[in-house]
Design a binder for this molecule. Structure first.
Ligand code: FES
Length: 174
């Protein structure tokens, strides 16, 4: 589990659009069950906060839901879909659980790390790519696989990684 540095984060608040959406979601639950909205609100806040849940984000969500900050920290640090530090624009989240491991995801991860010149949990100097490892993403039949943003990339091979990185770089260069 990553350590959270308390008081190291600027305050956060929802922008107008997200505030409306958060209120809409919150209204779906009974008043004394506001915590049920936590996962969805964290997703919205993370997206607004350049892809990561800072302490400021988590404290704001706790206040918004009228729950204790620790209740938000527990959730945000448990689920790998919440990022606790700034990451690159494209985050390669490799599944490292049994099926993916059996069919060689480790080799694919090593290849990607070498290609990008970074380790797991690191971001390239240009801020474009980060690599994470996560637990089973529920797509075991398509192993080895990873999540990239809101998409799954399946049956990974080294050439697929090459192609993907090249395409993402081309997109950036317009
Ligand atoms: S083990 Fe990788 S998706 Fe399930």
């Amino acid at each position: 589990m990553e350590k959270i540095k308390v008081n190291s984060s600027p305050p956060f608040s929802f922008n107008e659009e997200n505030l409306l959406e958060a209120k809409r979601i919150l209204a779906m639950y009974p008043e004394d069950r506001s915590k049920s909205a936590l996962l969805r609100l964290l997703h919205i806040a993370q997206k607004q906060n350049n892809g990561f849940c800072s302490v400021g984000v988590m404290d704001y969500i706790a206040d918004f839901l009228k729950i204790k900050p620790i209740e938000v920290y527990e959730v945000a640090t448990f689920y790998t879909m919440y990022h606790l530090k700034p990451l690159g624009k494209h985050v390669f989240e490799f599944c490292q659980t049994a099926t993916c491991a059996t069919v060689g995801v480790e080799k694919i991860i090593d290849y990607t790390c070498n290609k990008l010149g970074i380790g797991i949990g690191e971001t390239t100097h240009d801020g474009l790519f980060s690599i994470k490892t996560v637990e089973c993403l529920g797509a075991c039949g398509y192993a080895p696989m990873m999540q990239l943003g809101e998409d799954y990339v399946e049956h990974l091979t080294e050439s697929k990684i090459d192609e993907l990185i090249q395409n993402l770089r081309n997109q950036e260069n317009g």
